[in-house]
Design a protein around this ligand. Sequence first.
Ligand code: TYD
Ligand code: MG
Length: 455
Amino acid sequence: MAKTQTTFFCKNCGASSPKWVGKCNSCGEWNTYTEEVIHKDKPEYKKTWKSQSVKSVLKPVLLADVEHGADFRYELKDLELSRVLGGGIVPGSVILIGGEPGIGKSTLMLQIALQFTNKKVLYISGEESDTQIKMRAERLPFRNNDCYLFTETSTQKIGKALQELQPDIVVIDSIQTLQSELIDSTPGSISQIKETAGDLIRFAKETGTPVFLIGHITKDGALAGPKLLEHMVDTVLQFEGDRNHVYRILRTTKNRFGSTSEMGIYEMHGAGLREVSNPSEILISQRDENLSGIAISATIEGLRPLLIETQALVSTAAYGTPQRNSNGYDAKRLNMLLAILEKKCGLRMGMQDVFINITGGLRVEDPGIDLGVIAAIVSSYQNVPIDNKIAFIGEVGLSGEIRAVSRIEQRISEAEKLGFTTVYISKFNKLPKQKSNITIVELSKLEEMLNYLFG
Ligand code: TYD
Ligand code: MG
């Protein structure tokens, strides 16, 4: 008779303990242990995944002797995803893609599956039926005659199907619906996620087949399931955006095969997701007249320069404590900029409500947009518009100095390409001598900029 064993798992880090404990010894979180039932000693345990072509190395080898094939990555038609992954899919890699319900994870993965015209793709869904997926596929403008569907949640059955079909690429929608028959707990529980993801990762590594896992996220934005899942996979992508906006942003939070600073932008429309290759043009709102409280900054996301628009609204606080609200920009940094304005430029920000919004639902962490944020705030405060042909590039230091930023040439040339005539930058940014038509205003302190703009 199979021995039934119950174990307690930490919801945060996936650590296990035979008894319930209040505080996790491994991650220090309180009240995260839940009980789950496991059958560990079934004979077939861990033997269900026969390798198709085991390339495993049995003894230590010299790093210099390890060969890598010429076809190092699968090319993708979708250039946004390709860039986010660091230039295509590495064979045998496991990519976890998380996002809120309804953001478009299934749509994105189905459309990626359909874009491979010469690869056999297996799309495994535990959430939708064949006909539902077919209906979705009909709306998309791509066709792949070698795309298979499998609506199944048992990893044992999925394992068999994988051995028979031998697909080139596998998509799992979603990891929270999968279930190993060897474990009694419900799908989506920590032990199930650990076990099923472990199986799929082993499959990917043994056969060199890339596997995409779609993952749900919890209400505070973290990927559901143990943190361990993120450690197990090679790449973690976040698909985010405001469901009321059409733009969706794909970011990497972890990538073993590329940079994590890359970002892909998509637009959701009637026929699926469309890649946005010229983001600056859409992120800057169209307007005929100059309005106060708007400033454009040139930032860098990954390798791409990007012009973004900051909108600020400053108004006298009606009640006691003034409100500070920021959308897409770090709230702590906003408070810091307001303190600098108060102390160094003598603007009375202490009595003002301040609202900041980065348009397009974007979240920007680059401190190089500080100067633009300050310009927008002061423009709204003074109610004086800024000429819409000026772009701002610079980080602001605590004593009000304007600091140099990285990759200044790229930022300036993007601004120039989009028709800006003037850029405000730090004078400490060393620019190579070259002829350009754009006027460059070099500044060392905030007061200088405010004098230029608002007199
Ligand atoms: P979906 O991929 O089902 O989201 P997820 O898997 O992340 O839960 O996307 C659902 C949303 O996308 C839905 O609200 C409708 C919208 N959508 C379009 O606007 N156009 C389309 O062509 C498709 C397929 C979906
Ligand atoms: Mg879905």
